[in-house]
Design a protein around this ligand. Structure first.
Ligand SMILES: Cc1ncc(COP(=O)(O)O)c(C=O)c1O
Length: 407
């Protein structure tokens, strides 16, 4: 994909071949609603909400104005003790209110990876403080994706992403992603040493794998039985994607810690965090105890202002509910493609779906891009995770283009 401008090659792209020429990348110059446009003037349907994050669509004036107003008042100031700021307080309150927890506290960061590593640290911290120092094992699932910091890299169930970095974090044990019996066996064997289980409600980057029926409840039961903590990584599932504010609500399960990022701000500013359920907060509330973790930009006022404006849009436009409508329309299209043998099957929930095309998805994904639809390819799956404002016409176009590319 040649780009007309900006062919200087100084940028080291994430998840890309370092030697790939800068001119071969698609240079995105603007975006509006559920579309984006490159520097040749070609417009695409944003079938991945960029990278699973843009719930409210691009170019939302309310969010841009909120960020601008915030920067004009207080550009940035840290929230390490003794400081705080109004947008950080307000966004924490809003996020907690939408969460499945009755009470608790919200830690803030800038990326899903920061949220995951913080949640892993808090889980181990709680176990250390309970005097169960040997409880350090974190259970991860095959196909899980939890970001690229050292904790999240170790927590991933995607082998290729874990390789080549030298030694990772000790005491992680992997279980098959779809089998609660296998997890029970690991608990039976190592239960007294297990600190926590980390799981996405619906596994996203690993290929969109909804949990088998009762699976998340099974994790909850095992964690209760062995005094382990349940970390729900809701970086993709949070903020409406599965048809509720959080995937934990969609699947009716109560974790101890919830990580979020992406949809909390729809990406207008980097914002993430960890929601800590109240019983754990109480365990950490000993006078004189200091939580020795955090980031320079935790509680960044412009990011928090973006989060507040974004959450208000999701609420006022009923976008979590709308995710279900997107699901119905997508399934209608997929059913037709299954019926005529174009795809083998599909899986997903709300507004996050994978079509099983029964062959390598990479050439199909690029053909779709040529035809103006950005989808993602994982193995033999084409992934569809559009903004929650995607129109019925755009969903129909996605289905038509998928069919055309597969023919
Ligand atoms: C479930 C999950 N956790 C963590 C992350 C990492 O987020 P980030 O890329 O913002 O660090 C991702 C990113 O896709 C994710 O899907």
């Amino acid at each position: 994909m040649a780009s007309a401008h900006n062919t200087s090659g100084k940028l080291l792209h994430p998840f890309a071949e370092p030697a790939k020429a800068e001119g071969e990348f698609i240079n995105v110059v603007s975006a509006e609603g559920s579309t984006f446009t490159d520097d040749t003037g070609k417009t695409y349907i944003d079938g991945m909400a960029s990278l699973w994050y843009c719930q409210v669509g691009h170019g939302r004036r309310e969010i841009i104005d909120a960020i601008t107003a915030q920067l004009n008042t207080l550009d940035a100031y840290n929230i390490f003790d003794p400081f705080t700021n109004d947008p950080a307080r307000a966004v924490a309150e809003l996020i907690l209110e939408k969460s499945p927890f009755d009470d608790g506290r919200v830690f803030l960061g800038c990326s899903g990876s920061e949220a995951v590593d913080t949640a892993l640290k808090i889980a181990r911290l709680i176990q250390q403080r309970r005097g169960t120092g040997e409880k350090q094992i974190i259970i991860r699932r095959t196909h899980g994706y939890h970001g690229t910091n050292f904790g999240g890299t170790t927590a991933q169930g995607i082998v290729a992403n874990r390789e080549g970095w030298g030694d990772l974090v000790p005491h992680f044990v992997e279980v098959p992603n779809d089998n609660i019996e296998e997890m029970s066996k690991v608990f039976a064997e190592h239960g007294e040493r297990i600190a926590a289980v980390i799981s996405e409600p619906v596994q996203g980057a690993g290929g969109v794998w909804p949990p088998p029926d009762g699976y998340l409840q099974g994790i909850r039961r095992l964690c209760d039985q062995y005094d382990a903590l349940f970390i729900a990584d809701e970086v993709i599932c949070g903020f409406g994607r599965t048809g509720s504010w959080f995937g934990s609500q969609t699947f009716g399960v109560m974790p101890d810690l919830i990580t979020f990022a992406k949809g909390v701000s729809s990406g207008y500013q980097p914002l993430s965090g960890v929601i800590v359920n109240q019983p754990l907060v109480e365990e950490l509330s000993e006078p004189g105890f200091l939580l020795r973790t955090g980031y320079t930009y935790s509680g960044h006022p412009a990011a928090c202002a973006a989060g507040i404006a974004n959450i208000k849009i999701i609420e006022s436009e009923g976008l979590a509910e709308r995710a279900k409508h997107i699901g119905h329309k997508t399934v209608e299209g997929f059913d037709a493609l299954v019926a005529d043998g174009t795809i083998k099957g599909y899986r997903g929930i709300g507004a996050v779906w994978a079509a099983d095309i029964g062959r390598d998805s990479t050439p199909v994904k690029f053909d779709m891009l040529d035809r103006g639809v950005m989808a993602r390819g994982v193995g033999e799956a084409i992934i569809w995770c559009p903004p929650l404002v995607v129109t019925d016409e755009q969903i129909a176009t996605f289905i038509e283009v998928l069919e055309a590319s597969l023919r």
